[in-house]
Design a protein around this ligand. Structure first.
Ligand SMILES: C[S@@+](CC[C@H](N)C(=O)[O-])C[C@H]1O[C@@H](n2cnc3c(N)ncnc32)[C@H](O)[C@@H]1O
Length: 250
């Protein structure tokens, strides 16, 4: 029987700490999921952890999980309250964004927003999220957490040329173009711009449609705008099956 890891200086735990950095995630192609709920969501979606760490008595199991003293795991965790389990996974990137409903993010630099869009994309049945230049890493701990497990269920693709986006391209721009009710049928891609700058003019002009969500203020948060537009693509039909992953709200 192996004894529990008790030092945060343990080389495996230091490896977890390194994966909190974007550069390490990019070079290794790996990422972290923190918390029993996220790790269970990964398992339900068919993702196998490459390695994992849990406090003794955790419900998380498997041959690849090792016990760690709670204080040592808390020292590595990015959650202020500590965590009961952390696991490492291989990142998955699709070669191209998939339809018939896709969300393209341009310059969305807040990982919480990227994770929230993932969560909405899963809720409203989007096939993929396409990430343009300047986006936060969807595999950062904050984005993974904000996705509430959707990171394991929605395909991700990096996109350099927006001409490759599936279906009709719909630029979402506050107070411009037609109201959201003019949304076309699928296949379509919703384009969401950066928190401060919005979508570049040239990109908006290249889109087949420009739509706005009628509001009484300057603009909505980018993730909120994505959620409203995604909802509208369903035409009000929300008779969806039970959710594939349930992560407790934090
Ligand atoms: C915080 S807003 C950017 C505000 C920026 N100052 C601008 O003028 O575009 C971030 C993104 O959310 C989307 N968005 C926000 N409010 C919207 C609205 N009322 N209608 C359509 N899209 C909206 C747009 O895609 C926008 O680029």
């Amino acid at each position: 029987m192996t004894t529990a890891i008790h030092s945060p200086q343990n080389r495996h735990l230091q490896g977890l700490r390194r994966l909190q950095r974007r550069r390490e995630r990019a070079s290794s192609g790996r990422f972290l999921a923190e918390g029993e709920d996220l790790i269970e969501a990964a398992a339900r979606a068919g993702w196998e952890a490459l390695e994992g760490y849990r406090v003794p008595g955790s419900a998380i199991g498997g041959a690849r999980f090792r016990d760690v003293e709670p204080a040592a795991l808390a020292a590595i965790s990015t959650l202020g309250s500590g965590t009961r389990a952390i696991a490492v996974y291989e990142q998955r990137w699709s070669a191209a964004p998939a339809g018939p409903l896709c969300v393209y993010l341009h310059g969305l630099s807040d990982p919480g927003n990227v994770g929230s869009v993932l969560r909405s994309a899963l809720a409203f049945g989007a096939g993929s999220i396409a990430l343009g230049p300047g986006c936060a890493d969807p595999y950062s701990p904050k984005a993974v957490r904000a996705s509430m497990g959707a990171i394991f269920a929605v395909a991700l693709a990096r996109v350099e040329d927006p001409a490759t986006l599936p279906g009709e391209r719909v630029a979402l721009v506050a107070h411009a173009g037609e109201p959201l009710a003019a949304l076309p049928e699928r296949p379509l891609t919703l384009l969401i711009g950066a928190e401060r700058e919005g979508l570049p003019d040239a990109l908006v002009q290249a889109c087949e449609r420009v739509l706005h969500i009628p509001i009484a203020t300057d603009s909505l948060n980018a993730a909120t705008a994505a959620a409203v537009a995604l909802y509208e693509t369903r035409g009000g039909d929300l008779r969806s099956p039970a959710p594939p992953s349930r992560v407790q709200p934090s």
